[in-house]
Design a protein around this ligand. Structure first.
Ligand SMILES: Cc1cc2nc3c(=O)[nH]c(=O)nc-3n(C[C@H](O)[C@H](O)[C@H](O)COP(=O)(O)OP(=O)(O)OC[C@H]3O[C@@H](n4cnc5c(N)ncnc54)[C@H](O)[C@@H]3O)c2cc1C
Length: 493
């Protein structure tokens, strides 16, 4: 009986991989093996689940595994979570969909099945929105518990930013996942339980009931080093132990940095780059050549007194500029809550509509991990940032900012036309929203199959043809949900 099941290996039990494995294992005709390099989520450090302590992970201070980014150019560190749940276990919890026009753009570019009217159904089905559901745009039956930060949970800096921006003329938005309310300023929704604990995709989807399914095997602490390829057909994976596991289909969900790394190490990537590394070329595809991210200046401030609030990092706020929904402001603390001295926080300003292209390449020794080059900001970035900086300069004069007593760590005249250029030079950070390293249209077809290959798909942030105008985790959930549905439909056909 077991031998008749179609065996699917999912490589990487992160944000997308946990969703995919859980959904695919609903089909009793499938046998699913989920392979994750990091630890299981029952071994999470308490700091992983406490949103207030997320900055510790970002600063490498927590005993939570972050995948080592051995190389990066431009000194912009980029990280991915390396444990079951992946980056959903270390991110800022912000739960945004992006804009309808992002996905309609995907569909218009020929990626059928990915238009807003289609993906919004999946966003609704994935969530239980405790503030706005049920409604035409919010659901109450999905695995992800979603709500907005309450004022009593927010830190003093976040409150001062929110209140101060309102004082200087921002437009209040209750639900920033509702396009009809934008542009404006709203509190980010977050994926979090009633006890103010982070809910990772593994915890939301790989529940004890799901784990009890006989057709699902989860192997953590298991590194996949290459794909087994016969001609153009992928027949399984090889582990770092040398063990080979055969399968009928492999879905790679190792994240936007490690998915292209695995493909290239297996001979799927730019022919010249692979040849430079003496890797036999199986498919000449532009893997890793079109990475996007949201990057931008993070302005550091200090204030005296406690951080305040009961929760931490991601009481973040979004505001649309007058030219559309373009700017994302985040106010988050960067110092651990128990440290002595003044409280430090960052006002990060990101351009949501990014057009730059970064890259992921192999290191000289391909086993050393990806070499990442951040995408440049678009040509009009200074102009767009100038608009945002003027608003922050106005915020600095607000009664709320003054009452907080905040002061910039590195003073900068935010009204000066050259402020964006200076800030970019000195304070640019990555949002961690790396996408598009194996995009549909160039590397994948609209069903996320690797072009020219059989038995191989990619279903994580890598597949996005363009980066959505919002934080990327929920998009990854949506992608995994939709690909699981497609694969199960294929199975039935
Ligand atoms: C600091 C930070 C903050 C962020 N904040 C937010 C936010 O607030 N809101 C938001 O929407 N987005 C946020 N993001 C981005 C978002 O979390 C990611 O885009 C998303 O989680 C990526 O999902 P993924 O499935 O593509 O990859 P991941 O979730 O990274 O999963 C990849 C998985 O593959 C595993 N893996 C890798 N290589 C191998 C291998 N060879 N063998 C086996 N397993 C392997 C990894 O361990 C990992 O578990 C943030 C990102 C960062 C870095």
């Amino acid at each position: 009986m077991t031998s008749t099941l179609k065996h699917i290996i999912v490589v990487g039990g992160g944000t997308s991989g946990s969703v995919l494995a859980a959904r695919l294992s609903e089909d009793a005709h499938l046998k699913i093996t989920l392979l994750e390099i990091g630890a299981d989520d029952d071994s999470y450090d308490a700091g992983v689940l406490d949103p207030a302590r997320a900055p510790e992970a970002w600063l490498g201070m927590q005993p939570v595994a972050i995948s080592p980014m051995a190389y990066e150019s431009g000194a912009i560190p980029m990280i991915q979570g390396r444990l079951l749940g992946g980056t959903s276990a270390v991110n800022g919890l912000a739960t945004l969909r992006g804009l309808p026009e992002d996905y309609d753009g995907w569909a218009a570019a020929g990626h059928s099945g990915w238009g807003w009217d289609e993906v919004v159904e999946t966003f609704i089905a994935a969530e239980t929105d405790r503030d706005f559901g049920p409604s035409p745009i919010h659901g109450v039956h999905g695995p992800l518990p979603v709500r907005r930060w309450r004022r009593d949970e927010m830190g003093r800096a976040q409150l001062a930013f929110y209140d101060g921006m309102m004082e200087v003329g921002a437009r209040k938005v209750d639900d920033i996942n509702d396009r009809s309310q934008l542009p404006g300023l709203g509190i980010f929704p977050v994926t979090m339980d009633a006890n103010v604990k982070r809910v990772t995709t593994s915890r939301a989807y790989l529940t004890p009931e799901v784990r009890a399914r006989g057709n699902l095997t989860i192997q953590t602490q298991t590194e996949v080093t290459s794909l087994i390829v016969d001609g153009r057909r992928v027949k399984g994976v090889v582990l770092s132990t040398g063990e080979a596991i055969e399968a009928d289909e492999v879905v790679v969900t190792a994240g936007a940095l490690w998915t292209p790394n695995l493909l290239m190490r297996s001979g799927i990537g730019p022919a010249r780059h692979l040849a430079d590394h003496d890797i036999k070329v199986i498919a000449d595809l532009p893997v890793g050549e079109t990475m996007s991210d949201h990057i931008g200046p993070g302005l550091r401030y200090r204030h005296d007194g406690p951080r305040g609030g009961t929760a931490g990092p991601a009481q973040s706020l979004l505001i649309g500029a007058s030219n559309g929904v373009d700017i994302d402001y985040h106010a988050f603390p960067i110092a651990p809550p128990l440290s002595d001295g003044p409280t430090e926080f960052v006002l990060a300003v990101f351009l949501l509509r990014s057009s730059g292209m970064g890259s992921v390449k192999l290191a000289e020794n391909p086993n050393d991990g990806p070499v990442v080059t951040a995408p440049p900001l678009p040509d009009d970035a200074n102009e767009r940032l100038h608009h945002a900086f003027k608003r922050i300069a106005a915020w600095e004069t607000s009664a709320a900012a003054k009452a907080l007593g905040c002061r910039p760590v590195a003073p900068l005249d935010l009204n000066a036309p050259d402020a964006p250029a200076i800030a970019r030079e000195r304070f640019t950070i990555s949002y961690g929203h790396m996408t598009s390293t194996c995009p549909m249209g160039a590397v994948l077809d609209a069903d996320c199959r690797v072009v020219g290959m059989e038995g191989l798909r990619v279903a994580d942030a890598s597949m996005m043809p363009t980066i959505p105008s919002g934080n990327t985790y929920l998009g990854c959930v949506m992608v995994a949900e939709r690909i699981a549905r497609k694969m199960m439909a294929e199975q039935k056909a």
